[in-house]
Design a protein around this ligand. Structure first.
Ligand SMILES: Cc1ncc(COP(=O)(O)O)c(C=O)c1O
Length: 386
């Protein structure tokens, strides 16, 4: 029998890296900002833009206020407007549907693949055919999500989108640091958006995000829209609609420090994931990672039919876990008007998927305990069924 560790087990861990990096490094960086006084989009944000673009292998990166801002800014750069159809995932966080709606466009929800939990290219094609047949909307963009950090089927999705005259905006908000066939997250689609919300693989100490592109024109539009559509020549002439989407300089300083431990943290996330992959009972379905790809493991997620019972059992035993996402976006109140398609896989995942502790700082004692409790639950269920 494996005993419960004396310390609490965390679902996310937003704090331990502070002692790994050294708290004084953060304090020194903050003092520098207090001295120079450029609190919004100061020199640290420009340094971060350059470092993130280099890390991902893109021509441009423009940091902004959040992942949702980054998605919205990318769509603004493409001129998304009322009458446009934007194809989105439904088994995800709300932002990739919210961004097109904020611009007056129509979100078309696409079902997920039951193994990868990501956008199903076959259902994307079906959804496009339906919109074309109806003939009311202009095909504009596709926003696939790398759910839980795992890259989606980009080759198939990009081909379908481009064949239909659409661009692909990757919602890489959970996948910073993942790899798709040799390419880093945020460098694969036409544009990409990521989030630095504290629980993300590269998490800040508050909200933050970034939009990535490979063209000067798209990046210039993101930079303009991020400051109310400001003209680069005349700061008192707003030449298009935009928003307050700047990054706070203190946040950039935090992220510059966090970036120094990102690769080690990713290695530790793989260490945790491979113990789960190898040792969790086959009673649990596990999220499939595509061949030749690497997840950033923002979350480690399994699926099973008695998810709610498992969740109670784990919580009773001091193991935090979360049902991401218990309600697909198409079933949420604000999106009722666009809930026009049947999405059986999303519906099922919302009842069966469960995320279990995933942080780079889980040790063998934590993992032995989590795995033994999960397998104890599975063995009881399998005995009953036998
Ligand atoms: C898949 C996905 N997209 C978008 C977002 C939005 O990011 P933010 O909270 O930084 O706006 C999140 C954040 O939770 C997310 O998980």
């Amino acid at each position: 029998m494996t005993s419960k560790p004396n310390k609490p087990i965390m679902l996310f861990d937003c704090k331990t890296s502070q002692s790994v990096i050294g708290r004084e490094k953060f304090l020194q960086a903050f003092e520098k900002i207090l001295d120079h006084g450029a609190y919004c989009q100061g020199p640290e944000t420009r340094e971060l833009d350059a470092k993130l673009a280099e890390y991902c292998g893109t021509k441009h990166c423009s940091t902004c206020g959040s992942g949702t801002d980054a998605l919205t800014l990318a769509l603004m750069a493409w001129g998304v407007k009322p009458g446009d159809a934007v194809f989105v995932s439904s088994f995800t966080f709300v932002s990739s549907a919210e961004a097109p709606v904020l611009l007056g466009a129509t979100p078309i929800f696409v079902d997920s693949d039951p193994d990868t939990y990501n956008m199903d290219p076959k259902d994307l094609q079906r959804a496009i055919d339906e919109v074309k047949k109806e003939g009311k909307l202009n095909l504009k963009a596709v926003i696939p999500v790398d759910i839980f950090g795992s890259p989606c089927q980009y080759d198939e999705i990009i081909k379908i989108a481009h064949d239909n005259g659409m661009k692909v905006l990757s919602d890489s908000c959970q996948s910073f640091g993942s790899v798709y066939k040799g390419k880093k997250s945020c460098s694969i689609a036409d544009m990409s958006a990521t989030s630095f919300y504290p629980t993300k693989p590269l998490g800040g100490y508050g909200d933050g995000g970034a939009a990535f592109s490979n063209t000067d024109e798209e990046d210039a539009l993101v930079q303009s829209c991020r400051v109310h559509g400001m003209s680069p020549e005349d700061h008192y002439d707003n030449v298009r609609l935009g928003m307050t989407g700047r990054m706070n300089t203190f946040q950039a300083a935090v992220l510059l420090q966090k970036l120094t431990v990102l690769d080690q943290e990713l290695k530790d996330r793989f260490r945790v994931a491979s113990r789960y992959d190898n040792e969790l009972s086959s009673y649990f379905g596990k999220q499939k990672i595509l061949d030749g790809c690497r997840s950033a493991y923002a979350l480690y997620t399994i699926h099973c039919n008695d998810r709610d019972e498992l969740m109670s059992f784990l919580k009773e035993n001091g193991i935090p876990c979360g049902a991401y996402y218990p309600r697909p976006v198409n079933k949420q109140t604000a999106y009722a008007e666009w809930n026009t398609r049947s999405l059986p896989v999303c519906e099922n995942l919302s009842k069966t998927a469960l995320s279990i502790p995933m942080t780079p700082y889980l040790d063998d004692e934590d993992l032995d305990y989590i795995i033994s409790k999960m397998n104890e639950f599975a063995a009881k269920k399998m005995d009953k069924a036998a």
